[in-house]
Design a protein around this ligand. Structure first.
Ligand code: TYC
Length: 117
């Protein structure tokens, strides 16, 4: 990104310099880009939630195909925790709520959490 000075020219009178004597003011010299804070959404292993249910969660809420969903589910099963995706705060929060609500509705103890990257 190239820094471009943003120059605002006061074309109207009212700057205290009289009519036709405008003032140029540099209001910004840096590019106005900010990296968003990102959050990992994680699934935690448990002994009771069916593998097929976890695969379904990954397909439905995290847009994984069957192969990726199965790989992530098995990673969680074998290692205790695994990453479903990385999102901005509000999106991550929504995913966690959707998973927790869906698991509760089906009476599975599946846990889903978010952590700052
Ligand atoms: N460990 C579970 C089982 O053997 C499967 C499972 C995988 C549960 C991932 C939760 O996040 C999870 N049925």
């Amino acid at each position: 990104m190239i820094a471009r000075p943003v120059v605002m020219q006061n074309e109207k009178d009212g700057d205290g310099n009289g009519p036709g004597r405008s003032t140029s003011v540099i209001t910004r010299t840096k590019p106005k880009t900010k990296k968003p804070n990102l959050y990992r959404v994680l699934l935690l292993n448990d002994d009771y939630t069916p593998m097929e249910f976890v695969i379904h969660i990954l397909e439905r809420f995290f847009q994984k195909d069957r192969e990726a969903a199965t790989r992530i589910m098995l990673h969680v099963h074998n290692h205790g925790v695994g990453e479903c995706g990385i999102y901005t705060y509000e999106v991550a929060e929504t995913k966690v709520s959707q998973v927790m609500d869906f698991a509760r509705q089906h009476q599975h103890p599946l846990q889903c959490v978010m952590e700052k990257k």
